[in-house]
Write a protein that binds this ligand. Structure first.
Ligand SMILES: [Zn+2]
Length: 150
């Protein structure tokens, strides 16, 4: 677990995110994943509030948060982390659909293919995030991770 104290995220928030992400991984039956909050923020706030990358075969994921992370409200931060963790569900499919495809596609075709596949993954993840928030008490899990009990 990487605990950071950078201006874009407090140490306490990074720990809470790790705890919440571990909770979600449990709900998703992905207990083997280690989800880390990285020290480096994303480049800027315009593109996304957070990004997630994973190391193939290692079940290790790296979350990067935007520079203005601590200014976002609770609901936005919770929904964002939920969304990013759900991306891990297609980690294996990504390897086949994107990385393996690069071997037999021309660069131009692969760029176009990747863009289309990534858009479909985003739609799927948004769909699953809505399902998760309606099915599970994610607000409670988020509050619990932040040491707030209702
Ligand atoms: Zn996404």
């Amino acid at each position: 677990m990487v605990i950071v104290a950078r201006s874009h995220v407090t140490k306490r928030e990074a720990q809470a995110i790790c705890d919440y992400a571990a909770d979600l991984a449990g709900l998703l039956n992905m207990p083997g994943w280690r989800i880390l909050v990285m020290e480096e923020p994303t480049q800027d706030d315009d593109e996304a509030y957070a990004t997630i990358d994973w190391i193939d075969q290692k079940h290790t994921a790296q979350l990067r948060l935007c520079p203005s992370w601590m200014k976002l409200d609770d609901a936005t931060r919770r929904e964002c982390i939920t969304h990013e963790v759900l991306h891990l569900l297609h980690a294996r499919v990504s390897t086949v659909a994107l990385d393996d495809a690069a071997v037999y596609m021309r660069d131009h075709d692969h760029r176009d293919w990747s863009r289309r596949v990534r858009r479909e993954f985003e739609l799927m993840v948004d769909h699953l995030a809505t399902f998760m928030s309606r099915t599970f008490k994610l607000e409670e899990a988020w509050d619990r991770a932040h040491g707030r009990t209702s």
